[in-house]
Write a protein that binds this ligand. Sequence first.
Ligand code: KG4
Ligand code: ZN
Length: 355
Amino acid sequence: MKILGIETSCDDTAAAIVADNPLGAGGVILAQRLHTQLDEHAPFGGVVPEIAARAHLDQLDRVLRETLDTAGVALSELDGIAATAGPGLIGGVMVGATTAKALALVAGKPFIAVNHLEAHALTVRLDGVVAFPYLLLLISGGHCQLLIVEGVGRYRRLGTTIDDAVGEAFDKTAKLLGLGYPGGPAIERLARSGDPDRFDLPRPMAGRPGFDFSFSGLKTAVRHAASGIDLADAQIVADLAASFQRAVAQSLADRTGRAAAQFRTTHPEGRHLVVAGGVAANTAIRAALDQVALAADLTLAVPPPSLCTDNGVMVAWAGLERLRLGYSDGLDFAVRPRWPLDAAAPKAAFAGVKA
Ligand code: KG4
Ligand code: ZN
């Protein structure tokens, strides 16, 4: 089975072709291409939706052609065409989903509407090791959620952010420190030479009941700390970056630790703690979560960094997982700017829409 996947929900125009693995579970990446729009958005310090939509329109044809050429696969040889159909910036999502529908129509193949969050959630299964159920910490530019993944399309949300997403907290802190966009990688780089104990920052929600997250108090504390220092002093900025990163890591570890303990009792057959989304690329956060997994007798599983941030492979893989269960969608499928994984969970008013 060969699936083409298209991702255009934020600032990356990406495509990939993934095949199932004839030797067992998991899949094989036949080709992948990604055009990042960082340069286009950098002057604005964040993603501008109109610029993103236009850039997807400009780049997608080329990205698709190169993906098909590299894989040496013709449209007629595909088994299905998948695209992110939400949640995300609606202009970009429409570009990708409409293109996928047109290709599906022309080639006479099934169209698979992929939930971007489900794509993040399932990526880890590409290597064929992680089985359902697993506990998932989804940390990206628009989300911060703890979910139990019971199967394809079967999610139970334990907790979510009550204000900012964690990637958003990285991006805003980086902006405050004059580090540019996207903030996550810049903060991680700088934090390596910083002292994480230099600033006493809060560990939001730590020790509180439940599994929700909050980052706005930490953001305010960082703003206070930054206003009292010389931002031209590289060492002190590195110390603040390191202190912020440690506070985030410990807050995530606290909430995830509680969820892991509960997951062990509700799903004793579960073996893995999975971390996904752009922020999962952060080494210090991975290390903190490794300890959490160890303490709960779970194994930490994280996709490689290039598959944590948005990419086409995750969409192709989610499409493959869905199609092989018989799920596909009509060409009248309406894209969804908001599309929670657990429809039964209460609406999270401040959880962001970007994924
Ligand atoms: O999943 P993703 O690629 O895209 C969407 O959110 O749509 O996540 C992007 C987020 C950004 O906020 C970025 O700053 C953050 O992931 N990020 C990181 C790192 N790499 C990317 N945050 C912390 N450390 C990193 N190394
Ligand atoms: Zn994403």
